[in-house]
Each structure stands twice: as structure tokens, then as C-alpha cells.
Write a protein that binds this ligand. Structure first.
Ligand code: NAI
Length: 492
């Protein structure tokens, strides 16, 4: 965590932008947005690139051709239409490929009430930003079937990953003149993983005394977003929680047709609408380009063109306020117009000022630079105190306990507990646990290992393997004197 802070921002003057039109309605909304930017005087030079369905059809299994990756690497800024994840061309999502290849670890989704877009929340002044960690968590996609009927997905959360997203969130809060940061986690249940986001969040926020902050349990955060969304300013979450709650948040202010987003990393920023390729309306010329247009406004601010961003935002808001010539998804019933007419109206309104745009002082985001090294966190002391061995068995816990105790006899370990999906079922059951063929057996070293601990673990596994299938082992460690593992429900 001792990276040298730098003022390196992804805000350098880089007027060249990689444009990926994408699939379905992508080309229509991209054309519309480029027309508005050109009319507004945005000094952007576009470099067109391909990703998504077209790439998959050519047999590129990542969905992103080399030329596209090179263009992104060169320009560092991308405006992207939606990309389909076609069924039958391979398993990869081109979106995930792009995010991961360029380590765009921060997903930023502004949630703001727009004039003229009526929702049950109209008038509540919703104006917050969801900052979602974008590359870790369950989305690392590390999954295994542990038995024919039991699946596992690893939730990988790193301290440096939490620090990166928290530093991004605080930089964003300061750049936008926001005052309050809410870190929403499930740390009450997942003390090590979600707890890491909570602890790291609190540590980072101590460096920003001018920002008020709070921790909120993420389920309550979902509830609060529905009950009183106007209380939020910046909300930071791990990947899956952020994925779900940012969609909820978009729904509060009018939904997919108008929700923009940015994927930010150290050397790359990709701006895109939250919505997908909307195949049902593709090619009909009726898609709403607002979400991509607002994403482009974020992009303009990112590259430092604040004046054009402001011009476009005002023209869009005037258009929405007046309510003439809106696309079908946001117009009154049967009053929707084609995309082209809506765009024409926005262009005609360039230069007009809206009274609805909240006064907000935007400044470039100064992101901390994270050097490309293997991040390593040392511990002053480490102890290996035991192992969890996951076994498959159709027997009952008492019988399994007897066989595992017998297996451990003469080894360096004693059997401490057996649990089923996190609840102790041996030596005493913590409750009326429904049993499946997947048990975690916790073995502790009788004495601190002095010799070859690996040989002792291997010996234990050989003994267990004579009676049971085992599929997974975790070391139980203590770092700097603290347990680096949790206890099962009911475990003493
Ligand atoms: P979708 O967002 O494409 O469509 C959901 C609903 O919203 C549909 O009724 C659609 O007509 C409407 N809608 C979406 N954008 C609109 C717009 N700009 N104007 C008017 N109406 C709009 O979600 P869906 O159907 O789940 O996904 C379709 C495809 O898009 C899938 O292949 C999916 O993988 C992909 N997708 C890509 C994303 C990306 O590139 N970031 C994000 C979400 C989905």
C-alpha cells in the first residue's frame, strides 16, 4: 500500500478517442452522439474500432480484435456502444474482456434526476454516484463444482483493490464537489472479504477529513435507496453489490435509456451507456441516445473539455424540460419521435441554458497511479495452525466425525469441528441443519509445526483419502497474531 502518489490523471489532453459503435442499437446511438458532439464543437478525433458480435463472428473468442486493443492502448479513452454476448460463439463477454485487459477497476455511475423524465421520485432531487469495484469479487469467475451437486465461486477481495476503488471514489467526490461518502458492504456476515472493503474504506477516508462518511450494511443501503435516495452523495461497493444496486439506482431516475457510466483505470477510461444492445428495436431508428450522450459528457470532462460538456448537458436538459420531440421510451404515450428528430432538437438547443442542471463544480479527477508490480503485503509473523479439508460424504456427521477422528489418529492434527455450509454439525450440531454431501472438516495442529508442515498435511490428506473423497484444502493461518479465517456458526 505504499505506492507513490502521483497526480497522473487519465485527463491528459488526448483528443483522440477510440469509438466502438457496438451491436444492436449501438451504431444508431453512436451516430447520434457523434452528431451532437460535432455540432457542439467538441474537439474529439475519432478512431473507429470493432468489438462484440462482429468480432465473435470472425472467430475472435475474446470479442475484441488486436487492432481494437491497440487503438485503446494508444488513445486511453474509449466511447463504447453496447456489446452483445452472443450465445454459441464462445464464453467470453467482450465487455468484461475490455474492462479486465485494461484493468479498468472503477465503474462510475451517476444517478441523477433528469428534467422532463417523470418517475415516482420526481422532485426528490436525486443526485448521487455509485462507484463500483469492477474487476474483483465473485466476478473473478473462479468457480468449481465441488461435488456433482455442490458449486462454489470464490469471492476474491484484495486490500489493494479496495484501496484503489476508495481512492478513486474520494478523488471523484472531491472533483465533483460532493460531501459525503457511503461505504456499503456486507461486512457483518463476510468479515474478511466485505470487511476488508469496510476497513480499507475507513482508513482511506481518514485521509479526507473534509468528506463526511458512513458505513451502511448493503441490504439496508438497497432499502434506503428506495425509501430516501436523496440522502446519498457517493456510494462505494464491491463488484456484485455495486452491480445490483447501481441498476436499482438507475431505475429510480428513469431507467436504462438515460443511465450513463464510466469504467476508469490507471491508463484507460471507457465510457458507455448502462443499457444493452436492445435487439428488439435495433435498426428502427427509435433508440434513445441519452445514456450514451451523457456518457460522452462524462468523457468530455475526463479529457478536460468542460465547456463542450456543459453546452451539451444544458442543451439536453432544455430539450427534456420542454418535452418536445422525445424518443418513445420517455415521451408521453404515442408521442415518441425517431432518434434523428430528438437529436435535431438537442442540436437546435445548443447554446441555451437550463435551470435544472445542479450547480456542481467539476474538476479533473486526479487518480493515484498504481504501478504495474506484483502487490505484496508482508506480515511480521505468520503461524500455520491447522487446515480445513472439504470432503464429500453421504454419511451423517456423527459417522463422518468417527472416521475423520480415526484418520487423524497418529497424525499431527486433531479434528476440531465439522460444518455443513458454514454451520457446525459436529461435535455438536448448532441447529437443525439440512445436510448435503459437502462437509468442511477443521483440523488443528496438536503442536505448532516444527518440521515439514507440508509433509504433515500430505500425510493427513492420505489418511482422509482412504475413507472419503476430499476436494479442497485451505490452510488456517494467523497473520500478525490474528486469525486469518472465520469460525463456523456454532463453532467454539
Ligand atoms: P437491454 O438494455 O438491451 O434492453 C432492456 C430493455 O430496455 C429493452 O426493452 C430495450 O428495448 C430497452 N432499451 C435499452 N436501451 C434503450 C435505449 N437506448 N432506448 C430505448 N430503449 C432501450 O438489455 P438486454 O435485453 O438484457 O440485453 C440485450 C443484449 O445486450 C445482450 O446480449 C446483453 O448481453 C447485452 N448487454 C450489453 C451491455 C453492455 O455492452 N455494456 C450491458 C447490458 C446488456
Amino acid at each position: 500500500m505504499d505506492a507513490t502518489p502521483s497526480s497522473l490523471a487519465v485527463t491528459a489532453n488526448r483528443p483522440k478517442v477510440t469509438a466502438i459503435a457496438g451491436d444492436g442499437i449501438g451504431p444508431e446511438v453512436m451516430r447520434a452522439v457523434r452528431e451532437v458532439l460535432a455540432a457542439a464543437g467538441g474537439a474529439v478525433e475519432w478512431e473507429d474500432a470493432v468489438a462484440g458480435a462482429e468480432a465473435f463472428r470472425k472467430g475472435i473468442h475474446t470479442g475484441a480484435p488486436r487492432d481494437t486493443l491497440d487503438s485503446i492502448a494508444r488513445n486511453g479513452v474509449v466511447l463504447k456502444g453496447p456489446l452483445e454476448t452472443p450465445v454459441g460463439y464462445g464464453e467470453n463477454s467482450a465487455n468484461v474482456t475490455l474492462r479486465k485487459m485494461f484493468e479498468m477497476y472503477g465503474n462510475v455511475r451517476p444517478v441523477r434526476e433528469l428534467p422532463g423524465v417523470r418517475t415516482p421520485y420526481t422532485g426528490r432531487n436525486i443526485d448521487f454516484v455509485v462507484v463500483r469495484e469492477n474487476v474483483e469479487d465473485l466476478y473473478a469467475g473462479i468457480e468449481h463444482m465441488q461435488t456433482p451437486g455442490v458449486a462454489q465461486c470464490l469471492k476474491i477481495i484484495t486490500e489493494v483493490g479496495c484501496e484503489r476503488i476508495m481512492r478513486l471514489a474520494t478523488a471523484l467526490a472531491e472533483a465533483e464537489g460532493r460531501r459525503r461518502v457511503t461505504v456499503a458492504t456486507k461486512a457483518n456476515i463476510m468479515k474478511q472479504t466485505e470487511g476488508m472493503m469496510k476497513r480499507t474504506g475507513e482508513a482511506v477516508l481518514r485521509d479526507h477529513p473534509a468528506l463526511a462518511h458512513e458505513h451502511m450494511i448493503v441490504d439496508n443501503c438497497a432499502h434506503q435507496m428506495v425509501i430516501r435516495p436523496e440522502q446519498f452523495d457517493v456510494v462505494v461497493m464491491t463488484n456484485m453489490n455495486g452491480d445490483i444496486l447501481s441498476d436499482l439506482a438507475a431505475g429510480l431516475v428513469g431507467g436504462l435509456g438515460i443511465a450513463p457510466s464510466a469504467n476508469l483505470g490507471d491508463g484507460c477510461a471507457m465510457f458507455e451507456a448502462v443499457h444493452g444492445s436492445a435487439p428488439q428495436i435495433a435498426g428502427k431508428g427509435v433508440a434513445n441516445p441519452t445514456a450514451l450522450l451523457l456518457s460522452a459528457v462524462m468523457m468530455l470532462r475526463h479529457i478536460g473539455d468542460f465547456a463542450t460538456a456543459r453546452r451539451i448537458e444544458h442543451a439536453l436538459y432544455v430539450t427534456l424540460e420542454e418535452g418536445k420531440d422525445l424518443t418513445g421510451d420517455i415521451a408521453p404515450p404515442d408521442r415518441g419521435v425517431p432518434t434523428a428528430a430528438y437529436v435535431e432538437r438537442i442540436i437546435a438547443n445548443l447554446g441555451r441554458e437550463s435551470t435544472s442542471v445542479p450547480a456542481r463544480e467539476y474538476r479533473p479527477i486526479a487518480l493515484k497511479h498504481w504501478p504495474q508490480i506484483t502487490w505484496y503485503k508482508a506480515a511480521a509473523t505468520r503461524e500455520l495452525v491447522g487446515v480445513d479439508v472439504f470432503v464429500e460424504s453421504e454419511r451423517d456427521p456423527r459417522a463422518i466425525g468417527i472416521t475423520l477422528q480415526a484418520a487423524a489418529e497418529g497424525s499431527a492434527f486433531t479434528l476440531k469441528a465439522i460444518s455443513s455450509r458454514g454451520t457446525q454439525v459436529w461435535p455438536e450440531a448448532a441447529g437443525h441443519t439440512f445436510l448435503v454431501d459437502h462437509f468442511r472438516a477443521r483440523f488443528m495442529f496438536k503442536d505448532a509445526p516444527k518440521g515439514d508442515a507440508v509433509a504433515e498435511i500430505t500425510d493427513l490428506l492420505t489418511r482422509i483419502g482412504r475413507q472419503h473423497r476430499w476436494m479442497h484444502l485451505e490452510k488456517l493461518q494467523r497473520f500478525d497474531g490474528a486469525d486469518a479465517f472465520t469460525r463456523a456458526q456454532g463453532e467454539g
